[in-house]
Design a protein around this ligand. Structure first.
Ligand SMILES: [Zn+2]
Length: 104
Protein backbone atom coordinates (compact mmCIF):
# COMPACT_ATOMS: atom_id res chain seq x y z
CA UNK A 1 0.00 0.00 0.00
CA UNK A 2 2.82 2.34 0.82
CA UNK A 3 4.28 1.63 -2.58
CA UNK A 4 1.04 2.49 -4.32
CA UNK A 5 0.93 5.77 -2.49
CA UNK A 6 4.54 6.47 -3.31
CA UNK A 7 3.92 5.61 -6.93
CA UNK A 8 1.13 8.15 -6.99
CA UNK A 9 3.33 10.77 -5.38
CA UNK A 10 6.06 10.14 -7.92
CA UNK A 11 3.59 10.49 -10.74
CA UNK A 12 2.48 13.82 -9.37
CA UNK A 13 6.10 14.85 -8.98
CA UNK A 14 6.81 14.20 -12.61
CA UNK A 15 3.80 16.12 -13.71
CA UNK A 16 4.45 18.98 -11.32
CA UNK A 17 7.83 19.60 -12.89
CA UNK A 18 6.23 19.96 -16.30
CA UNK A 19 3.93 22.69 -15.14
CA UNK A 20 4.31 26.33 -14.39
CA UNK A 21 4.43 27.22 -10.72
CA UNK A 22 0.85 28.36 -10.99
CA UNK A 23 -0.20 25.10 -12.59
CA UNK A 24 1.67 23.12 -9.98
CA UNK A 25 -0.20 24.92 -7.24
CA UNK A 26 -3.49 24.03 -8.88
CA UNK A 27 -2.48 20.42 -9.26
CA UNK A 28 -2.42 19.75 -5.58
CA UNK A 29 -0.09 21.87 -3.59
CA UNK A 30 3.13 20.05 -4.26
CA UNK A 31 5.84 22.58 -4.93
CA UNK A 32 8.50 21.99 -7.54
CA UNK A 33 11.11 21.78 -4.80
CA UNK A 34 9.14 19.02 -3.13
CA UNK A 35 8.69 17.24 -6.42
CA UNK A 36 12.39 17.38 -7.19
CA UNK A 37 13.27 16.14 -3.73
CA UNK A 38 10.89 13.21 -4.03
CA UNK A 39 12.26 12.28 -7.43
CA UNK A 40 15.82 12.56 -6.11
CA UNK A 41 14.91 10.25 -3.25
CA UNK A 42 13.49 7.78 -5.70
CA UNK A 43 16.69 7.94 -7.72
CA UNK A 44 18.64 7.00 -4.61
CA UNK A 45 16.22 4.20 -3.92
CA UNK A 46 16.69 2.79 -7.40
CA UNK A 47 20.47 2.75 -7.21
CA UNK A 48 21.77 -0.78 -6.88
CA UNK A 49 18.68 -2.20 -8.49
CA UNK A 50 18.93 -0.53 -11.83
CA UNK A 51 20.47 2.50 -13.37
CA UNK A 52 18.48 5.51 -12.31
CA UNK A 53 16.38 6.99 -15.03
CA UNK A 54 16.32 10.74 -15.23
CA UNK A 55 13.74 11.19 -17.91
CA UNK A 56 10.14 11.39 -16.86
CA UNK A 57 8.00 8.89 -18.70
CA UNK A 58 5.11 10.27 -20.67
CA UNK A 59 2.09 9.63 -18.60
CA UNK A 60 -1.49 9.71 -19.71
CA UNK A 61 -2.34 7.47 -16.83
CA UNK A 62 -5.02 9.32 -14.94
CA UNK A 63 -6.98 6.23 -14.01
CA UNK A 64 -10.09 8.09 -12.93
CA UNK A 65 -10.69 10.33 -15.90
CA UNK A 66 -13.97 12.13 -16.52
CA UNK A 67 -16.49 10.56 -18.86
CA UNK A 68 -16.42 11.70 -22.46
CA UNK A 69 -19.27 14.14 -23.19
CA UNK A 70 -19.65 12.79 -26.73
CA UNK A 71 -19.46 9.00 -26.73
CA UNK A 72 -20.08 8.68 -22.97
CA UNK A 73 -18.44 5.27 -22.85
CA UNK A 74 -15.03 6.82 -23.30
CA UNK A 75 -12.78 8.03 -20.56
CA UNK A 76 -10.98 11.34 -20.72
CA UNK A 77 -7.36 11.71 -19.81
CA UNK A 78 -5.74 14.92 -18.73
CA UNK A 79 -4.06 16.88 -21.49
CA UNK A 80 -3.14 19.85 -19.37
CA UNK A 81 -4.35 22.92 -17.63
CA UNK A 82 -4.61 26.47 -18.80
CA UNK A 83 -5.56 28.97 -16.16
CA UNK A 84 -8.56 27.51 -14.40
CA UNK A 85 -9.57 25.32 -17.32
CA UNK A 86 -8.69 21.66 -17.52
CA UNK A 87 -8.32 20.03 -20.93
CA UNK A 88 -9.10 16.40 -21.63
CA UNK A 89 -9.02 14.01 -24.55
CA UNK A 90 -11.23 10.97 -24.90
CA UNK A 91 -9.40 7.64 -25.03
CA UNK A 92 -12.09 6.19 -27.27
CA UNK A 93 -13.14 8.78 -29.83
CA UNK A 94 -10.25 11.23 -29.42
CA UNK A 95 -12.36 14.34 -29.01
CA UNK A 96 -10.92 17.09 -26.83
CA UNK A 97 -12.83 19.20 -24.40
CA UNK A 98 -12.21 21.40 -21.42
CA UNK A 99 -13.96 22.23 -18.22
CA UNK A 100 -13.47 24.46 -15.23
CA UNK A 101 -10.87 22.99 -12.95
CA UNK A 102 -12.25 21.26 -9.92
CA UNK A 103 -11.23 22.63 -6.59
CA UNK A 104 -8.74 20.35 -4.90
ZN1 LIG B 1 -15.41 9.85 -26.53
Amino acid sequence: MADVFRDHQLRISGRTLELTDEGAAILGGMTKDEARRLLAEEDDRQKGRRRARTEIPEDHGDEEGPACPVCEGGEGYLLGRLGSRVHFRCRDCGIEWSSEGEAT
